[in-house]
Design a protein around this ligand. Structure first.
Ligand SMILES: Nc1ncnc2c1ncn2[C@@H]1O[C@H](COP(=O)(O)OP(=O)(O)OP(=O)(O)O)[C@@H](O)[C@H]1O
Length: 589
């Protein structure tokens, strides 16, 4: 989308505010021109009666004060436009990120995304606020010149030629500024992104002895940014020099050309004062106009960067409700509708390949009946996590179908939420805050049984060790918790939602055998619990009603352990690795 289209579409959505701005500023400009005319009349009337100059002086004052007051009008317009643009763009980007299949990474690092939310939005809004002024500038400059031509065509033509020359030079510099601004923003993104990476991995860098190397890279990205920033500042310096000096040189030329006319009385002192004032106005108007013309091009760049996060051009510009005044309350416990009660989950031909590697899962089909325990297993990289994520809509399926009680699930990301499903990923996300807040995650506490969830996740022995129990602050990303505690906190979060289907990705990987056995036992004790879990652990495989064995993304065997050990060489190989002491016995069965 071009910068022009972006600007046009945005104005289409906030036309009244843009018109109010243009009207306020246009009125102000007209009053400023009127004040200039009154100045001219004042000087010309000086040799006459005393009454006339006073009247012109009063008119000048009224016009001047009126011009200042119009600032209130256009400020209201600008504020309305600013609120609309910044909120719309940010809300749409946020929704774009929120709607992405959860397991797809952002197209940029979080630091870069934050820069887009802050800088690209601010720049866009700033420029949007200025375009109505640019329109007035054009109208005012044309009007002023038309008026000056009626007074003294030669001088007006001279002034117009000078100002056109300065405008062209300014435009060139403004184009350079846009290029360097773009570079500065890109490189600021790189600095913020890298800083974010360093801060989130301080311990890793220290342990690997990579701090000097990281700092060297940080210096390098900073130097790149400094380089672009200096170039941009140089262009701004040139622009100021050109506008200040260019204007005075132009004025000097007008004075030189006016001198003989003044001497012969063809040009009055009042008219001279008028020329000077009006040309000065045109001068700064050209500045604003030239910047806006150049920025139109930059708007296309900001738009493209923001649209990448919003998920497309149209998504970035979708009109939405932007006022949220209602009080945000904790979520009530999710209510299970009768048709959501799980009887059978059927997966047919599910396929997803990661675009970068072409690996993933292909044509996988299986059924999970109510109350069953299904274990997805396979070697490292076989596609277990990919299968679960694709099933839940966290990765966009390329092919296949998922049915809940025989009904096709068309929007899995929206459908597979509590109370239908709760999911604990391989690396659960814990937030800074208390253990209680991490388990509740917005749920109303009175609506659930927190103790039951804690017990189901075998978290109560840990709570007994923490003096503050559930009020223990877990630190940023749960840094104060062990790997096993993180997994069980996430499991408690899942149990608290009492879902129809529990989906767990390798939950027991950081647990000792005893805790793991207890967790499974408590899980099976839950009445009617239906479980789908990724695991290579013996305790899980032995309990499974059905095992889904994956190899290179394909389902190569399905059934209970005893059957697979009889029929599948791949299962026997895997079992020998996870339970060497029992492998020989099982193989004989
Ligand atoms: N984000 C990704 N981009 C590209 N390829 C990926 C991505 N995630 C996984 N893969 C590839 O897809 C294949 C399946 O990965 P997946 O994580 O599903 O395997 P897994 O069986 O869960 O492995 P593990 O037991 O190590 O967790 C692997 O070959 C992996 O390299």
């Amino acid at each position: 989308m071009s910068g022009f289209t972006f600007v046009r579409r945005l104005y289409g959505m906030m036309l009244p505010a843009a018109l109010l701005t243009a009207f306020g500023f246009g009125l102000g400009s007209a009053l400023a021109a009127l004040a200039a005319v009154m100045t001219s009349r004042f000087f010309d009337a000086l040799p006459g009666t005393t009454r006339e100059p006073v009247l012109y002086a009063v008119a000048f004052l009224v016009a001047g004060v009126g011009e200042q007051l119009t600032a209130f009008i256009w400020q209201v317009g600008v504020t309305l436009m600013d609120r609309f643009t910044t909120t719309l763009l940010r809300v749409n980007m946020l929704l774009g990120i929120y709607r992405r299949p959860g397991a797809l990474p952002l197209p940029v690092t979080p630091g870069e995304a934050i820069t887009r939310f802050r800088d690209d939005v601010q720049e866009s809004s700033f420029q949007m606020n200025r375009f109505p002024f640019a329109l007035v500038h054009v109208g005012a400059a044309l009007g002023i010149f038309a008026y000056l031509f009626t007074i003294q065509p030669l001088l007006a033509a001279l002034g117009a030629a000078g100002i056109a020359g300065i405008f062209l030079a300014m435009r060139r510099i403004h184009q350079n500024i846009v290029i360097y601004r773009d570079q500065v923003m890109d490189r600021t993104e790189a600095v913020t992104g890298y800083l974010g990476e360093i801060l989130s991995a301080v311990a890793v860098l220290q342990v690997a002895g990579a701090v000097p190397d990281a700092l060297r890279r940080f210096q390098a990205v900073n130097r790149d940014r400094e380089d672009a920033s200096l170039k941009e500042r140089l262009q701004w310096g040139l622009l100021f020099a050109l506008s200040e000096n260019g204007f005075y040189v132009g004025l000097g030329l007008v004075i030189l050309a006016a001198a003989p006319l003044l001497a012969t009385g063809q040009f009055s002192p009042g008219q001279f004062a008028l020329f000077q004032l009006l040309l000065q106005q045109v001068g700064w108007r050209m500045w604003g106009l030239s910047e806006s013309v150049a920025q139109l091009q930059a708007m296309g760049v900001y738009q493209a960067r923001m649209a990448e996060l919003a998920g497309g051009d149209e998504e970035l510009l979708t009109r939405r409700r932007l006022e949220f005044t209602e009080e945000l309350r904790p979520d009530p416990a999710p209510v299970l509708r009768p048709e959501d009660r799980l009887e059978r989950l059927t997966v047919t031909g599910l396929t997803y390949r990661h675009p970068e590697t072409g690996r993933g899962v292909e044509d996988v089909s299986f059924t999970i009946p109510r109350g069953s325990f299904t274990v997805i297993t396979g070697k490292i990289g076989a596609g277990k996590t990919t299968l679960v994520r694709t099933l839940l809509g966290l990765l966009p399926a390329e092919a296949g179908e998922v049915r809940w009680n025989g009904r096709p699930v068309t929007d899995p990301m929206a459908f597979f939420t509590p109370p239908r499903i709760a999911y604990t990923p391989q690396v659960p996300r814990i937030f800074s805050g208390t253990l209680r807040a991490n388990i509740l995650m917005g749920l109303e506490e009175s609506a659930i049984d927190l103790n039951e969830a804690v017990e189901a996740a075998v978290l109560e022995p840990d709570l007994a060790q923490f003096p503050q129990g559930l009020e223990t602050e877990v630190g940023s990303r749960g840094l104060k918790l062990s790997g096993g505690q993180v997994q069980r906190t996430a499991a408690a979060r899942m149990f608290a939602r009492r879902p129809e289907l529990l989906v767990l990705d390798d939950i027991s990987s950081a647990l000792d055998n005893e805790t793991e056995a207890l967790l499974w036992r408590r899980l099976f004790a839950q009445e009617g619990a239906t479980v789908l879990c990724v695991s290579n652990r013996r305790a899980a495989l032995e309990q499974a009603d059905q095992i889904l064995l994956l190899e290179e993304g394909r389902l190569v065997a399905a059934g209970p352990l005893a059957e697979l050990l009889r029929t599948s060489p791949a299962m026997r190989e895997l079992w020998a690795a996870v339970a060497p002491e029992s492998a020989a016995v099982e193989m004989v069965v």
